[in-house]
Design a protein around this ligand. Structure first.
Ligand SMILES: C[S@@+](CC[C@H](N)C(=O)[O-])C[C@H]1O[C@@H](n2cnc3c(N)ncnc32)[C@H](O)[C@@H]1O
Length: 200
């Protein structure tokens, strides 16, 4: 593990430093299989937000599939990598903070991968509140959730019961499956999940 100057994952500099030094053990290098399967069986293209997009592989994949996709990240280093990565979709990568960014069009999906677990546990209620704020009733939160109990992170694993307690007031779990292409850092500890925003 290299030595880093920035130790605060709530600061963009933390992520800049890791992208700039190519220390990105969370980076799959492509689109996870469970997302491919979800897109293949989903009936309609959706308006989707990818918070904390990192290299943004999923943005190009979803946009190529005809989805109205926007990716945001507050790390300038991540944004410049994602823009280079997604080619013609570069304008759909925005440098923005998830907690203050405002959508232009109503969202019907937020895609989660390694974003909740990038945050220390004290931030989780704020992340969930923002998901609920950004998604209208019936819209989906879909992606990968990392379960673990190690006190140090990132990644910060969440207990299954803690995730359910946080999400159940505003979301209902409608789909769940195993992850077959996990990276070592997440192996055996992540699940694909789809949650639907409750009405009222
Ligand atoms: C562990 S990386 C995951 C990147 C990507 N989702 C992936 O799966 O490879 C977490 C990302 O979230 C970004 N991030 C953390 N807090 C953020 C915030 N408040 N707003 C926007 N991006 C944020 C970081 O800059 C970093 O790129």
């Amino acid at each position: 593990m290299p030595e880093f100057a920035s130790r605060d994952p709530l600061a963009p500099a933390f992520w800049d430093e890791r992208f700039d030094r190519a220390f990105t053990p969370w980076d799959l290098g492509g689109v996870p299989q469970a997302l491919h399967a979800f897109v293949a069986r989903d009936a309609k293209p959706r308006t989707v937000l990818i918070p904390g997009c990192g290299n943004g592989y999923e943005l190009a994949y979803l946009a190529d599939a005809g989805w109205d996709a926007i990716a945001i990240d507050f790390s300038p280093a991540a944004v410049s990598r994602a823009r280079a990565q997604v080619g013609p979709w570069a304008q759909r990568v925005l440098e923005a903070d998830f907690f203050s960014w405002q959508p232009v069009h109503a969202l019907d999906l937020i895609y989660e991968r390694a974003f909740l677990c990038a945050m220390p546990p004290a931030m989780w209620p704020r992340v969930v509140a923002r998901w609920a704020e950004l998604l209208p009733p019936g819209a989906l939160l879909a992606g990968f959730f990392f379960f673990g109990s190690a006190p140090k992170g990132p990644p910060f694993g969440i207990a299954r019961t803690a995730l359910e307690d946080l999400l159940h007031p505003d979301f209902a779990l409608i789909e769940e499956g195993e992850v077959v292409d996990s990276l070592p850092v997440f192996a055996g500890l992540e699940r694909w999940m789809v949650w639907r925003r409750r009405r009222g």
